[in-house]
Design a protein around this ligand. Structure first.
Ligand SMILES: Nc1ncnc2c1ncn2[C@@H]1O[C@H](COP(=O)(O)OP(=O)(O)OP(=O)(O)O)[C@@H](O)[C@H]1O
Length: 278
């Protein structure tokens, strides 16, 4: 098992007393060098978790450890950049803020393949162009840990594929750890090898994706007792049952049993009520 790049124990955050807990009692250890999908409903606590890992929020209780600010890069959902700077000035700022680490060639390559004009003011860029610049700035920093909050949401399909490819190639070459929140499940399927699923402010599932998939079975067949397995979600049409289970030992019975896709697994867990057994 690789050393964790982010470790949390009893982690909780409440923005203020009137609101409930945005995150509560979260414990996990993300191994270094993985590309981790961070998944959950709207409001589940994903952005809060990323901001805590980035050191921008302090836990209300518990602890979280992650690399120091200069060794991580965080791209927030709203991609904060300086609107009055040009693209070139933004990259120069990246170089000045990250002496000894800055990968000018990589950042320039990502910007050029937009293409983003170097003299364009950031405030004149489209949402997707701004995302490209924010990712160039983040990757150019050569971080040990890259925290991305819905990074691809406003990119066109080609840009999404290209930037995701660049991200994965870079992570593979340099062993960068990546945590990426997204609602686009098919996109995560090809890119990520680790999963962190938050549900109602708590960690519901965490682990290597291949192990999590192997621990679950998708069943179709006649309605029957599924014990001793844990039923994550099920539906019946007439006498036909479809269920995603976490199996306890071999699955024996009159069902057709297959390994779920990541999308099957995520949808099943997202459908379950908060607090149900994982
Ligand atoms: N600045 C804030 N002040 C008060 N409450 C907040 C603040 N930011 C988030 N919250 C609350 O904390 C909870 C978790 O929000 P968070 O933004 O972390 O969710 P999320 O999983 O990232 O959601 P989404 O998928 O919609 O981006 C929500 O109930 C939200 O209303």
């Amino acid at each position: 098992m690789t050393a964790p790049v982010i470790e949390a124990e009893g982690l909780g955050l409440r923005y203020n007393r009137r609101r409930g807990w945005a995150l509560q009692d979260c414990g996990f250890a993300l191994p270094a060098g993985r590309i981790c999908a961070l998944v959950g409903h709207n409001g589940a606590g994903k952005s809060t978790l990323l901001a805590l890992a980035a050191g921008l929020l302090r836990p209300t209780e518990g602890r979280i450890t992650a690399p120091a600010r200069e060794r991580l890069a965080y791209v927030a959902q709203d991609k904060p950049l300086y609107g009055q700077l040009t693209v070139d000035e933004t990259l120069r700022m990246g170089a000045e803020l990250n002496p000894g680490r800055w990968d000018a060639a990589l950042a320039a390559r990502l910007v050029a393949s937009g293409p983003l004009p170097g003299d364009a003011k950031v405030r004149s860029l489209s949402g997707g162009q701004r995302t490209r610049l924010a990712l160039a700035l983040a990757l150019g920093k050569r971080p040990e840990l890259l925290l991305l909050d819905e990074p691809m949401a406003d990119l066109d399909p080609l840009a999404r594929r290209e930037l995701m490819g660049a991200l994965m190639a870079d992570a593979a070459e340099h062993g960068t750890s990546v945590v990426m929140s997204s609602h686009i499940l098919t996109e995560l399927e090809g890119a990520c090898d680790h999963l962190l699923l938050v549900h109602g402010g708590r960690v519901r599932l965490e682990g290597p994706i291949d192990e999590l998939l192997a621990a679950h079975t998708l069943l179709t067949g006649p309605v029957a007792d599924l014990s001793p397995h844990t039923v994550v979600s099920s539906s019946t049409t007439g006498r036909q049952l479809t269920a995603l289970i976490r199996h306890e030992g071999p699955v024996e019975g009159p069902w057709e049993a297959t390994e779920p896709t990541l999308e099957d697994l995520l949808l099943a867990h997202l459908r379950t009520p908060e607090g149900a057994p994982a």
